[in-house]
Each structure stands twice: as C-alpha cells, then as structure tokens.
Design a protein around this ligand. Structure first.
Ligand code: FES
Length: 147
C-alpha cells in the first residue's frame, strides 16, 4: 500500500472512532473514576474502569475534545477491555513510545491504535492522543496503590 493510501486509511479509522465512539458513557457500578484535562487546551476526559482480579473487565469514557483525543479514548477502551492491568499498562507505554516515533516490539498487537501513529509528526497533538491513556494508567495505579 502506498503511504498516501495508508494515511487515508488511518484517517478513516480515526474518524470512525470519533463519530462512532466505542464504550462511550459511564460505568455506574462503583468502579474507578478518573477525570483528567489536557492542560494545553482544557479538553477533558471522564473515564470509568472496572478492574477485578487484576483484569480490566470494563471501561467507558466521556468527555470533550478534538477528534484525536476522543478517537484515542475510544481505541484505548476497546484495547484494554479484557486485558490484565499489566498488559494494559504495557500497551500504554508502547503507545507513548509510538508517539515519540520509536520502533515498537513486533509482538504487540496494536490493532486500530496504529492509526494514530502519524500523530508523532505533530508534537502539539501528542497530548491529545495520550490523554485517555494517561487517565487509564492513573486509574489502575490508584487501584493498585490506594491513598
Ligand atoms: Fe484538546 Fe486535542 S485539542 S484534546
């Protein structure tokens, strides 16, 4: 596939997640709740997670933000659901590395997330793409290390 076509495909995947977000809403059965802002623009995410026995059983998000931030949140919830906390955090670190333009381990199954790889070329948008992931990491960390 030429890189132009790949760009178009990636753009389509991003817009699909933005327009038809997966896991939009809020879990109401007493899971973890994380609110986070993107300090550069004030956009926000409200993430709820259900973590049991070290597994992310469910994840939902709500919020306001640009297409990249909301598409990334949709992809993140889809990607971490059913994963162990350890694997979810590992994927989040890989996502951060991808935003820095680093080569990733081939064994990682990125799925739709790969569509955001081009964001690494736009440093001002990296915080948009990582917002939901930082929120997820904060949530599972607070679960593991309650204050
Ligand atoms: Fe605010 Fe992207 S511009 S999250």
């Amino acid at each position: 596939m030429s890189s132009l076509n790949l760009d178009q495909l990636y753009r389509r995947v991003i817009m699909d997640h933005y327009k038809n977000p997966r896991n939009k809403g809020e879990l109401t059965d007493g899971g973890l709740t994380i609110d986070m802002n993107n300090p550069t623009c004030g956009d926000r995410i409200h993430l709820t997670l259900q973590v049991e026995d070290g597994i992310v059983q469910d994840a939902k998000f709500d919020g306001e933000g640009c297409s990249i931030s909301m598409a990334s949140a949709s992809m993140m919830t889809q990607a971490v659901k059913g994963k162990s906390v350890e694997d979810a955090v590992r994927l989040s670190k890989a996502f951060s590395d991808m935003m820095l333009g680093k080569e990733l381990d081939d064994s990682l199954d990125l799925g739709d997330i790969e569509a955001l790889s081009g964001v690494s070329q736009f440093p001002a948008r990296i915080k948009c793409a990582t917002l939901a992931w930082k929120a997820m990491e904060k949530g599972v960390d607070s679960d593991a290390n309650p204050k």
